[in-house]
Design a protein around this ligand. Structure first.
Ligand SMILES: *Cc1c(COP(=O)(O)O)cnc(C)c1O
Length: 402
């Protein structure tokens, strides 16, 4: 189906059809997996990616591949973006973006609580390359504004952020970033395109770990950057292709398949999460539940404005910290495992003391206060899967009865 026609169709139709077409050679209805790393080319084909154009025929899979391109087109349609560049993982996408935008002498404002690996490379590796980083609580727009300098090239936010589910007002932060001539990148992994379209709210780049909701089945790593066609064509040539974090066509195919049901899955993730969050809120073993869909979330009004779906991730604190291990061991249906956004429910305990040592560095007491509001001494991060909510609640009930 033509790219322009697809934009006018509904989300479910886009999820099923965008980027797909019957195979011209066989009329196969489902997409092929093209695993070839190289392609037979004309004798006048160039040997450097420097001259590569987005519309060129295939040369080498690190430069581009038909199955990967089908994934990129489906993702662009769902996010409402001009272009997408897919990567081997979410971190592959993030590092390509940082290498694209930042040089020694530049400055970036980065969310003080965000995905751990991004937090850790911006604590050490990136500053060691001569790029200054200021970590701020990006839910505080005034703090973002105060951190901006003449050489600020990038404002980097995650909303809702991993792991504490604190939100950032994308419209407000985009205004502040653009006034200073900086780009705004939004990691929208927790929201998914079913909840939020950061590009329509003023962001310049959107990042997703495809490993989470977009694949949805816990069996393929992947990442993507979305944005305007000019920026991303440059990024593809200058960093994506050369840094080499290329997604396997097999993983691209699995994620294409997962994306077809994204709109349906996100409805059930939200429905289950809301039921479970409400159940947890009235359980006497629980100290605090954080879920953007609950009126008790400190930013519920912003969540209602910025999210069309509250997604499936909940955090909760228990009254008795010594019960954590027992709860983890007692769960039968829910897997005690990292990651999130899968059809299987997953849970993991994150200890605040540990995270503040390894990953998150705060400079002000306000930053500590905000952490304490959302995470206290530590949180269970629960990713509500697609099982029956009643079964998940029963599993939690027997595990929490300690
Ligand atoms: C998982 C995750 C990432 C990293 O993705 P990988 O695919 O594991 O590299 C980045 N951002 C967020 C918000 C994540 O949850």
């Amino acid at each position: 189906m033509d790219k322009k026609d697809i934009q006018n169709l509904g989300e479910r139709t886009k999820a099923v059809h965008a980027g797909e077409f019957p195979d011209p050679a066989t009329n196969a209805s489902a997409p092929n997996i093209v695993m070839s790393t190289t392609f037979v080319v004309d004798a006048d084909t160039g040997f450097s990616v420097e001259g590569m154009d987005e519309t060129d025929t295939w040369v080498y899979t690190r430069w581009g591949n038909p199955t990967i391109r089908q994934l990129e087109e489906k993702l662009s349609a769902l996010e409402g973006a001009e272009t997408a560049v897919a990567f081997a993982s979410g971190m592959g996408a993030i590092t390509a973006l940082l290498f694209h935008l930042l040089r020694a002498g530049d400055h970036a404002v980065v969310s003080d609580v965000a995905y751990a690996a991004l937090s850790e490379i911006t604590n050490e590796l990136i500053p060691e390359l001569g790029v200054e980083i200021t970590k701020v609580d990006t839910s505080d727009t005034a703090a973002v504004e105060a951190a901006i300098r003449a050489n600020t090239k990038l404002v980097y936010v995650e909303t809702p952020c991993n792991p504490i589910l604190r939100l950032t007002d994308i419209v407000a932060v985009a205004t502040v970033a653009h006034r200073a001539g900086a780009k705004l990148a939004v990691d929208s992994t927790f929201a998914t395109p079913m909840a939020t379209r950061p590009l329509l709210l003023g962001a310049d780049f959107v990042i997703h770990s495809l490993t989470k909701y977009l694949c949805g089945h816990g069996d393929a790593l992947g990442g993507v950057l979305l944005g305007n066609a000019n920026d991303l064509a440059l990024l593809r040539r200058q960093t994506a292709v050369r840094l080499g974090g290329t997604i396997s066509p097999f993983n691209a195919w699995l994620i294409i398949r997962g994306l077809a049901t994204l709109p349906l899955r996100m409805r059930v993730h939200q429905e289950n999460a809301l039921k479970i969050a409400s159940y947890l809120e009235q359980n006497s073993a629980i100290k605090r539940v954080i879920y953007p869909g609950l009126s008790s979330h400190p930013q519920h009004e912003l969540a209602k404005r910025q999210m069309n779906n509250f997604s499936g991730i909940i955090t909760f604190q228990v009254n008795d910290r010594r019960s954590v291990k027992k709860i983890a061991e007692r769960l039968e249906i829910i897997h005690y495992a990292v990651s999130l956004g899968h059809h299987r429910s997953l849970i993991f305990y994150l200890d605040s003391g540990d995270l503040l040592k390894t990953s998150f560095k705060f400079a002000t007491s306000r930053q500590y206060d905000s952490w304490n509001i959302f995470a206290g001494e530590g949180i269970f991060r629960f990713s509500a899967g697609l099982e029956d909510a009643e079964d998940l609640i029963a599993d939690l009930e027997q595990a929490l009865d300690v």
